[in-house]
Write a protein that binds this ligand. Structure first.
Ligand SMILES: Cc1cc2nc3c(=O)[nH]c(=O)nc-3n(C[C@H](O)[C@H](O)[C@H](O)COP(=O)(O)OP(=O)(O)OC[C@H]3O[C@@H](n4cnc5c(N)ncnc54)[C@H](O)[C@@H]3O)c2cc1C
Length: 504
């Protein structure tokens, strides 16, 4: 039985902790805030409840697997999973509306043909077939296996089988997601639909590799899920599973240093001056925080993937409304920006700033647990904003103004919204930085192949024996399923050793 110190109680770290405890190890989690879940938080006020982190769960199989491997009760016995159908409604810049049914190819093709015109469904359907090929080629190395030592293969090879495109006497293949849209989809609304999937993860479709096609595929193939009571309930269930497996949690316990002995990680030191010895240390924090914790030695090997830079953040606006949720309202509506180009220039240009007319995701869960009574509704709005680095730092009041822009955009999804508004709360990148410790409130994106490896994440094992990294900032990247998988990978690497090649 080894002693394992886990830094942070984010979803990736807790997934690793539960698995390691089941494998017979003594696991202690040190979390700097007063609660578990990291980014997965909620806010309650006046009988209303909201998720302030992710509001939907893709690929629930990852958490199903965690619950199967760590105890008798399956995930469904601990939380109520609800499939979101339609998976999304889209309101495009030209006013066209589209409702995409959940995980049904025929249904999606029919819905597209009806909303956008005959032929668009087939074009999207053919794209999904190619996206599936990219998914099949990268699923194992980018989700289920530790990062390959020869990760450059993933960085150099584009797994998306782009359609040859004739241009100025040359035949080219799409290298970026935006080129996939322009050359293969050809309808501005289909392009907007495609690009919104990358943007939702904080990625610029103009530079995201074509392999980002796996993001819409993933949603199409595995559906979109909601957890009754809010996604925070998933964090609660994972925390309770950890506690049931005798994982020890210390809250208000900031790790300030990782101890090493004879070149091996040997424990952690806390801000209050206490220390804990350990045989393995698992760090669920950002690369910047990790660097500060390990002063003497480089954490990453010389040929390691560089930590992902320039990640975007989120602006979230929580709305308490009078009047009940209308029957049949879509759970998720994406209100597209009037000009995606202007939005992307603002977000990812040389002087990153908050776009005045952003793409806004409107979440309207059909969940009585979120409202004081059926005569009220709780709605969450979110948009991508730059992480607050020195180059893009905005004053808090600026976000209040931008919150008004989000509410104005949401009016297109929820007519009469302004008249129903009781109050609203604004969650800024600074709030995300507070809950996760990520500088500027940056939110990590999932790992993607190609693009010279810019969207790969550092491996879970580090240059320091006994020190592993877990969660959204290490392989296989950000997002609930990916962080959950990183927990499985770290547990495998510790329990089975460096030869571990993945568990699924
Ligand atoms: C607003 C928002 C929206 C999001 N939307 C989506 C979405 O739609 N879909 C999706 O898949 N993902 C989304 N994400 C991302 C997703 O929530 C995360 O990638 C996922 O929860 C994984 O988190 P993690 O394991 O990296 O831990 P984190 O959530 O980053 O938590 C890290 C934890 O470590 C703790 N910590 C940091 N430093 C120390 C220290 N020195 N000592 C002790 N503890 C420390 C922090 O306090 C925190 O609890 C969103 C995130 C946010 C913030």
């Amino acid at each position: 039985m080894a002693r394992i110190a886990v830094i942070g109680a984010g979803m990736g770290a807790m997934a690793a902790a539960a698995r390691l405890a089941v494998a017979g190890h003594r696991v202690a989690v040190y979390e700097r805030t007063e609660t578990y879940g990291g980014a997965v938080r909620g806010l309650e006020r006046d009988g209303f409840a909201f998720d302030t982190g992710p509001g939907l769960l893709p690929l629930p199989a990852v958490y199903r697997d965690l619950f199967i491997k760590t105890g008798k009760e399956p995930l469904e016995a601990c939380v109520e999973l609800v499939q979101v159908d339609p998976s999304a409604r889209h309101v495009f810049a030209d006013g066209t509306e589209l409702s995409l049914p959940n995980a049904s190819r025929a249904g999606v093709v029919a819905a597209l043909d009806e909303a956008l015109g005959t032929g668009t469904g087939a074009r999207w359907g053919d794209f999904l077939v190619r996206a599936r090929e990219a998914w099949d080629r990268t699923r194992r190395p980018l989700l289920e296996e530790p990062l390959w030592p020869n990760w450059q293969v993933l960085a150099d090879r584009e797994p998306y089988p782009a359609v040859p495109h004739k241009r100025l006497l040359r035949t080219r293949r799409a290298g970026t997601l935006a080129e996939v849209g322009a050359w293969e989809l050809r309808d501005p609304r289909l392009v907007a639909l495609l690009e919104s999937h990358a943007l939702g993860y904080g990625l610029d479709p103009r530079v995201a590799p074509a392999s980002a096609a796996v993001l819409p595929y993933l949603e199409h193939a595995f559906g979109t899920w909601y957890v009754r009571g809010g996604i925070r309930e998933l964090a609660r269930a994972v925390y309770e599973r950890c506690v049931a497996r005798k994982v020890d949690f210390s809250f208000g316990a900031e790790v300030v240093r990782i101890r090493d002995k004879d070149g091996r990680a040997a424990g952690v030191e806390l801000a209050d001056g206490t220390a804990a010895e350990a045989d393995f240390v698992v760090a669920g924090v950002t690369p910047g925080v990790l660097d500060r914790l390990v002063r003497e030695a480089p954490v990453r090997g010389a040929d390691e993937v560089a930590p992902q830079h320039g990640a975007a953040s989120r602006l979230t606006v929580l709305l308490a409304l009078r009047g009940g949720r209308p029957e049949g309202a879509a759970h998720r509506t994406v209100v597209h920006a009037d000009s995606r180009e202007t939005e992307l220039d603002a977000l990812f240009g040389t002087a990153p700033g908050v776009p005045a007319r952003p793409t806004v995701t409107v979440l309207r869960p059909d969940d009585p647990e979120l409202v004081p009574d059926p005569g009220h509704e709780a709605i969450t709005l979110s948009s991508v904003v730059p992480a607050q680095t020195d180059r893009s730092r905005a004053e808090p009041e600026v976000f209040d103004l931008h919150a008004e822009n989000l509410i104005a955009a949401a009016e297109r999804a929820v007519p009469g919204l302004h008249g129903r508004l009781l109050w609203h709360e604004v969650c800024t990148p600074a709030d995300i930085a507070e809950t996760t410790g990520a500088q500027g409130g940056a939110v990590p994106a999932p790992a993607l192949a190609a693009g010279e490896g810019r969207l790969l994440h550092p491996s879970n094992s580090t240059a320091i024996p006994g020190l592993f990294t877990v969660g959204g900032w290490s392989h296989p990247g950000g997002g609930l399923p990916h962080a959950g998988m990183s927990g499985a990978l770290v547990a495998g690497l510790i329990v089975e050793g460096p030869e571990f090649r993945g568990s699924q």
